[in-house]
Write a protein that binds this ligand. Structure first.
Ligand code: DP6
Length: 361
């Protein structure tokens, strides 16, 4: 390791948006490697609204790996962090910074320690996929710091070991997580279906129904569903494989009616699986149900659907409007029924776009 002095610090900052699944991942066939029971498809959001910013730093003066999340130190001892760090370290290459007179060889990375600081610009663990943006950003930032040459799809298989949904945040636009067949998980990775320009009419509106931390984490919720829900087995084997093909077609042809029908049906089936779990899991609340009713009624009163809804493991509604005009109408209706106020039904609204990650580094 060059740099006789111990005083140097090398750092990289990256920003990664979250993603929202339109065909959901729910259930693992391997808990440690995080291998899913079905393929899933998501849309990556615009980084301005829901994203994680992570700075990773290395210095010979750091005595151990440490991490801060939203300013608070957290433990890195968990298997998920350790798996990501190990996988990235094993791919690290020589790094040279001539200006600072720093040269780190491949071997040095095993001895050097990291400081990691990560910030979410949205509520952590409230069903807004914070772990997706978080692990994707961590893996992306570390790969830049350590000069890792793997492409996004290969990196996605590492981010997957931090949190399943994170593998889809390595790309912008619409992204498919292929469940894979290999036991070691090497073929369980994300691919980009289309980039963010392909269907740029869509506008995403998120109604933050509650920014409180959810009671049942996705990880334990899906474990309970795998153990107890027969509907989950039917969904994974019979329903999702067909839906994935239909969704790919709908996205390819920008077919909003099919897209909306599939998105809403898949969200509803995911929550039905949660209800079919023993004991049942309730992620949506009365406000979520009212939002569904309003959108359903509206879609039925028009010639074709105008808005799709989807809910992850929490009560927040992710609404996808077919174009800007519809988005304006949607907001008007939401503001009428649910004026934003932290003491009532909806805390706030976030209006986003689809995005691409490419130059996030
Ligand atoms: C409902 O990716 O958070 O958002 O892999 O255990 O970390 P782990 O779970 P996570 O689950 C996300 C579940 C979901 C659906 C989805 O994003 O596909």
């Amino acid at each position: 390791m060059a740099g006789e002095s111990q005083n140097w610090v090398l750092m990289v900052t990256a920003q990664t948006p979250t993603n929202i699944a339109v065909i959901k991942y729910w259930g693992k066939r391997d808990e440690t490697l995080i291998l899913p029971v079905n393929d899933s498809i998501s849309v990556t959001l615009d980084p301005g609204h829901l994203c994680t910013t992570t700075t990773v730093a290395v210095s010979p003066s750091f005595e151990q790996d440490r991490m801060w999340l939203n300013g608070k130190e957290i433990s890195l001892s968990g298997g998920r962090y350790q798996n990501c760090l190990r996988e990235i370290r094993s791919r690290a290459r020589d790094v040279e910074d001539k200006e600072k007179d720093i040269r780190i060889t491949k071997k040095d990375w095993d001895k050097l320690h990291l400081y990691i600081a990560s910030y979410n610009n949205f509520p952590t663990a409230a069903g807004l996929a914070s772990s997706a943006a978080g692990f994707a950003c961590l893996v992306f930032a570390l790969s830049k710091l350590m000069n890792v040459k793997e492409d996004e799809s290969q990196l996605s298989a590492i981010a997957r070991q931090g949190s399943g949904s994170a593998c889809r945040s390595l790309f912008g636009g619409f992204v498919k997580w292929i469940m894979g067949k290999e036991e070691n998980g090497t073929d369980s990775r994300a691919v980009q279906l289309v980039d963010e320009k392909h269907w740029d009419d869509l506008v995403i509106v998120i109604a933050v129904v509650s920014s409180r931390q959810k009671e049942t984490s996705s990880t334990s919720g899906m474990r309970e569903s795998v153990d107890t829900s027969l509907l989950l087995q039917h969904r994974a084997k019979e329903v999702v494989p067909k839906r994935i093909l239909q969704m790919e077609e709908a996205i390819k042809h920008r077919d909003f009616p099919s897209f909306a029908q599939l998105t809403c049906a898949d969200s509803n089936q995911f929550h039905a699986v949660c209800l079919d779990t023993s004991p049942p899991i309730f992620y949506m609340n009365d406000t979520s149900h009212r939002i569904i009713s309003i959108v359903e009624k509206w879609n039925r009163s028009e010639e074709t659907p105008q808005v799709a809804y989807t809910f992850d493991a929490g009560p927040n509604a992710v609404l996808i409007a077919r174009n800007r005009k519809t988005a304006a109408l949607l907001l008007q209706r939401l503001l009428y029924y649910f004026p934003p106020n932290p003491d009532t039904d909806v805390d706030s609204y976030i209006i986003g776009d689809k995005s691409i990650l490419k130059d996030a580094g």
